[in-house]
Design a protein around this ligand. Structure first.
Ligand code: 4NP
Length: 144
């Protein structure tokens, strides 16, 4: 199983989701692969936001070496499951889908809830970490 985590910037939420999912997958003894991307291109080539790096580190997960990249059409071919952090970006990704098969791979990560964008709210990173950690556990339960 190849999972792609998607948010807007690929510097706050989806890098955390990539790191947390990789950690949870390893703990569960699965051989899944996880990657992340953003629908926007502002931060391409950048490391994750230092606030995401810090909250991950506080929970024993190192995401500092990840590099931001933008979502590309080829991601529909190389991913089995594309998990999107909020409804805006779900719409952005679905708008790029070329066919029904692409669309079927795309889901809101938390089912019907959104992972809020913490970019302008320093205090929200811990809550975002917890939401993503729970979401990863639920995905592992659902697909393993
Ligand atoms: P992310 O957060 O989508 O969780 O990576 C954001 C990061 C950067 C911007 C917006 C959201 N931005 O506008 O630069």
């Amino acid at each position: 199983m190849k999972i792609l985590m998607v948010c807007l910037g690929n510097i706050c939420r989806s890098p955390l989701a990539e790191g947390i999912m990789k950690h949870a997958v390893k703990e569960a003894g699965l051989d899944w692969e996880t990657d992340s991307a953003g629908t926007g291109n502002w931060h391409v080539g950048d490391p994750p936001d230092r606030r995401s790096v810090r909250v991950a580190k506080n929970h024993g997960i190192d995401i500092s070496r990840q590099v931001c990249r933008q979502f590309i059409l080829n991601d529909f071919d190389t991913s089995d499951l594309i998990l999107v952090m909020d409804k805006n970006n779900l719409g952005n990704v679905l708008a790029l889908a070329r066919n029904q098969q692409d669309k079927a791979k795309v889901k809101l990560f938390l089912g019907d809830k959104e992972v809020p964008d913490p970019y302008f709210n320093n205090a929200q990173f811990e809550q975002v970490f917890d939401l993503i950690e729970t979401g990863c556990a639920d995905v592992i339960k659902a697909y393993s």
